[in-house]
Design a protein around this ligand. Structure first.
Ligand code: GDG
Length: 459
């Protein structure tokens, strides 16, 4: 079998030896990462000048190769074009987009730097699998350098509707970049549809899910990412028994816990979620003292300006809710702006009666799946999920809500609190079956099998 080369902005930190990983790309790819595979990306380190030095480390038979980023590139490529231009635009939030040419120039340069390093690492038969929006131009650079390997790309975030995509000054070039791959994968059928529409509008020949361009075939696929449900459940069972989780249970005095856990990101819909909780407390006074809401918000991209503004807004809203509704012996909202440990988080999911996941737009959303996986099947909690998360397409038995509709979310919280055990069990069984079918192993298996088709010169 051909060797698999994974390329992503960051490579997982394997040096810490922190036990089983329960989330993220490392789990999504665990089944594809056979010994002998290579994973290439940015080390996370920033240096004064651009450098082509590659460092390698082998862990469990997998080679992790990294380069450092120049400080200027970190600002212009990573914080700039990737996270202040593409991220908000692909999540269809154009008013938050910052664009400047210098940022895009750095983005192209870094993508080329990645391609240059890869040239030194790859062999002719390798299958190359590139991940996410930071690296839309790597394959095009590899093609310019004459690389003829099979190259696949997977977009973890949504692909925007064409009218939104076209707002990007370099839209055309980015689309050409995607066409340099043999396979382009998306989380949902809607994302793939948007991509194909953008191609058709440019008179690129599309048939079914395939595009033909420059004499090459580009195959569009939908391969939703998933979690390892068994691993997560084991982690949750163990953590729920531990003293940290027990202390949380004791602190509830019999009340139901509602939990949300997100990176502190404006796409995750936290301000409207806080408003919805406030609306719930005001509209359903009889329920007030039956619930406690825990929001874990892991700081993220703190150097991007829009993220600072979000943090201030949430501080204000959290203070307002607790000021208005707290009692001497009850605080309605526990709001933490630091990450919880992986195990503890799984344990907290398990002891929570409600998982509240309301992104304004999300490629997939693994928290929703982790919440389901962590539940006790005999007495499971209720998942309230945004209809604009990719996960909603797979999880129709959740209570689906519009994350812009504060009243609807408030009503869903109430309905979840009142839901009978039978209904909770029924919904949970259906949700669990879905996340087992669409799990991490299925994700990488289905993508790699399409990428491998046509290898050895048959494409
Ligand atoms: C992107 C796309 C897509 C969260 N808080 C804590 C914590 N987390 C973990 C969760 C989960 C991961 O971070 C977040 O994954 P999501 O999928 O929810 O969201 P993004 O980070 O935006 O991921 C997304 C994903 O890529 C994969 O394709 O699903 O749509 O945006 O695993 O559990 N982990 C710890 N402490 C926390 O406080 N340890």
């Amino acid at each position: 079998m051909a060797r698999l080369v994974i390329v992503s902005n960051r490579v997982p930190d394997v040096s810490e030896g922190s036990g089983p990983r329960a989330g993220g790309l490392a789990v999504g790819l665990a089944d594809a990462l056979l010994p002998g595979s290579l994973w290439f990306g940015w080390s996370g380190a920033r240096v004064a000048e651009r450098s082509d030095k590659i460092r390698s480390l082998v862990s469990e038979g997998v080679t992790y190769a990294t380069i450092d980023l120049a400080e200027d590139d970190y600002h212009a490529y990573y914080l700039g074009f990737s996270n202040a231009t593409l991220w908000p635009l692909f999540h269809m939030m154009p008013s938050l987009v910052n664009f400047d040419r210098a940022g895009y120039a750095a983005y192209r340069d870094v993508n080329e730097q990645f391609a240059n390093a890869l040239l030194k690492l790859i062999q002719p038969d390798d299958l190359i699998w590139i991940h996410d929006y930071q690296l839309l131009g790597v394959a095009a650079a590899l093609r310019r350098f004459g690389v003829r390997n099979r190259i696949g790309f997977f977009l973890h975030i949504p692909f925007p509707a064409p009218a939104m995509f076209d707002l990007l000054p370099p839209a055309e070039e980015l689309l050409q970049g995607l066409l340099a791959h043999d396979v382009v994968g998306f989380q949902t059928g809607q994302d793939l549809g948007h991509f194909l529409s953008a191609l058709r509008q440019r008179d690129i020949f599309v048939q079914g899910h395939d595009a033909r361009h420059d004499g090459r075939l580009v195959r569009g696929v939908v391969t939703p990412i998933g979690v390892n449900a068994e691993l997560l459940n084991r982690l949750a069972v163990r953590a729920a028994r531990r003293v940290e989780a027990r202390r949380v249970v004791d602190s509830l005095s019999g009340r139901a816990l509602m939990i949300s856990a997100d990176r502190l990101d404006y796409t995750k819909g936290l301000p409207a979620r806080f408003d919805a909780y406030g609306r719930f407390l005001s509209c359903f006074p009889a329920q007030r003292r039956r619930i406690s809401f825990l929001q874990v918000a892991a700081p993220s991209r703190e150097e991007v300006e829009k993220y600072k503004a979000l943090r201030d807004e949430l501080d204000y809203k959290a203070g307002a809710i607790n000021g208005e509704y707290s009692d001497f012996d009850w605080v309605p909202l526990r709001y933490m702006t630091r990450a919880a440990g992986r195990g503890l988080l799984a344990g907290l999911f398990r002891i929570s009666r409600i998982g509240l996941v309301t992104p304004l737009r999300d490629g997939m959303n693994l928290v929703a799946m982790e919440y389901i996986a962590a539940q006790d099947e005999a007495d499971p909690g209720v998942l309230i999920l945004s209809c604009f998360a990719g996960a909603a397409a797979l999880l129709p038995e959740a209570l689906l809500v519009n994350p812009y509709d504060v009243d609807e979310m408030a009503e869903a919280i109430n309905a979840a609190l009142l839901m009978t055990k039978e209904e909770r069990q029924e919904r949970h069984a259906a949700l669990l079956a879905q996340i087992r079918t669409h799990d991490a192993a299925a994700y990488s298996r289905s993508f790699v099998s399409v990428l491998a088709q046509g290898a050895c010169g048959s494409g």
